[in-house]
Write a protein that binds this ligand. Structure first.
Ligand SMILES: [Zn+2]
Ligand SMILES: [Zn+2]
Length: 265
C-alpha cells in the first residue's frame, strides 16, 4: 500500500504536515487556527474526522497554534516529548489525560503500518525534534526549524524518497533587512534556522538514489522568496553534479496553499 503526504502549510507564519498510509492519517503540527486547519485539509480533500494522530515537533506558536482545538474537536491522541509537553501546556488549553502521549527524542514508534522515527535538532525551543516516516521501504523526512544540519541528522535522514527541508532565509536579505540585530543573530545562529545556502549544502550530502522530491520549506516571509530559494538550491545542486528536472525535483511550499497530495512511488 502507499505512503502519501501534503505540506498543508509552511513558513514562519504557520506549519502543518499531513502524512498517510492505509491505516494511519497523521497530522504533524497544527500551527494555524483550527478553522484554517480545516480549510487546508479540505483543499486536499482530507476529512479531518479520518485523522488518527497528532504529532508535535516543538512548542513555537507557528507549530501549535491550532493544536489544542484540533485535538479536542477530533479527539486525537497527541504525541510530544516531555519537555515539549511542559513548554506548551499553557498555550494549548485542556486535553484529556488519555489523549496525551510521550514520544521521546531518538525513538522509533510503530503506528500500524507506519514507523515514525524522531530526531533532535538544534533550535531555540525546549526539546525540538523532527521525524522520518517509514513505510514498506519508502522514507519521508521532515526537517525544518534547525540552526544547522549536524552529521548525525544527515545520517538519519539520508537517501529519503522525499524531503521537506528548511530553506528559511537568504543570508544577504536577512543581513540587510529591517530585523533588529539580536533577532538577526538568533536566526543566523546555531539554534535558529537554516539558510538557502546551508539547505543546498546539506541536501548535496543526503540526496540518494531513492530521492525524488525536495520541498523547500519554512521560508521566511521577510527574508526570502520562493524563486530565490529555488534558484539558490538548484544552482548549487547543479554545480555539484545533480541533475534536476528528470527524476529529482524541487517543489515550493506555501503558508496558505497545501501542496497536492503526493503518493511516494
Ligand atoms: Zn517554525
Ligand atoms: Zn521554531
Amino acid at each position: 500500500m502507499t505512503l502519501s503526504f501534503s505540506v498543508l502549510a509552511s513558513g514562519s507564519t504557520g506549519n502543518a504536515f499531513y502524512i498517510a498510509t492505509e491505516k494511519e492519517k497523521i497530522l504533524v503540527d497544527a500551527g494555524v487556527s483550527g478553522k484554517e486547519m480545516e480549510r487546508l485539509l479540505n483543499e486536499v480533500e482530507i476529512d479531518p474526522n479520518s485523522l488518527t494522530k497528532l504529532l508535535v515537533t516543538h512548542e513555537h506558536s507557528d507549530h501549535i497554534k491550532g493544536l489544542g482545538i484540533m485535538a479536542r474537536r477530533y479527539q486525537l491522541p497527541v504525541y510530544a516529548n516531555e519537555k515539549t509537553w511542559k513548554a506548551m501546556e499553557g498555550s494549548i488549553g485542556k486535553l484529556e489525560l488519555d489523549q496525551k502521549f510521550v514520544f521521546n527524542m531518538e525513538e522509533t514508534k510503530s503506528f500500524g503500518d507506519l514507523d515514525v522515527e524522531s530526531f533532535g535538532v538544534s533550535h531555540d525551543a525546549a526539546e525540538p525534534m523532527f521525524y522520518t516516516f517509514h513505510h514498506e521501504g519508502k522514507k519521508v523526512a521532515l526537517v525544518t526549524d534547525l540552526g544547522y544540519v549536524s552529521e548525525r541528522i544527515k545520517k538519519t535522514v539520508e537517501n529519503a524518497d522525499a524531503y521537506i527541508f528548511e530553506a528559511n532565509h537568504d543570508v544577504s536579505m536577512l543581513r540587510m533587512g529591517r530585523y533588529p540585530w539580536n533577532v538577526k543573530r538568533r536566526i543566523l545562529g546555531d539554534s535558529g534556522h537554516v539558510s538557502n545556502d546551508d539547505c543546498a549544502l546539506a541536501l548535496s550530502d543526503i540526496i540518494g538514489d531513492q530521492t525524488k522530491r525536495i520541498y523547500l520549506a519554512h521560508l521566511s516571509k521577510d527574508n526570502n522568496m520562493k524563486e530565490l530559494a529555488r534558484m539558490s538550491v538548484q544552482n548549487y545542486l547543479n554545480e555539484h553534479g545533480f541533475t534536476l528536472g528528470d527524476k529529482l525535483n524541487l517543489h515550493d511550499t506555501d503558508p496558505k496553499t497545501p501542496t497536492p497530495l503526493y503518493e511516494v512511488v
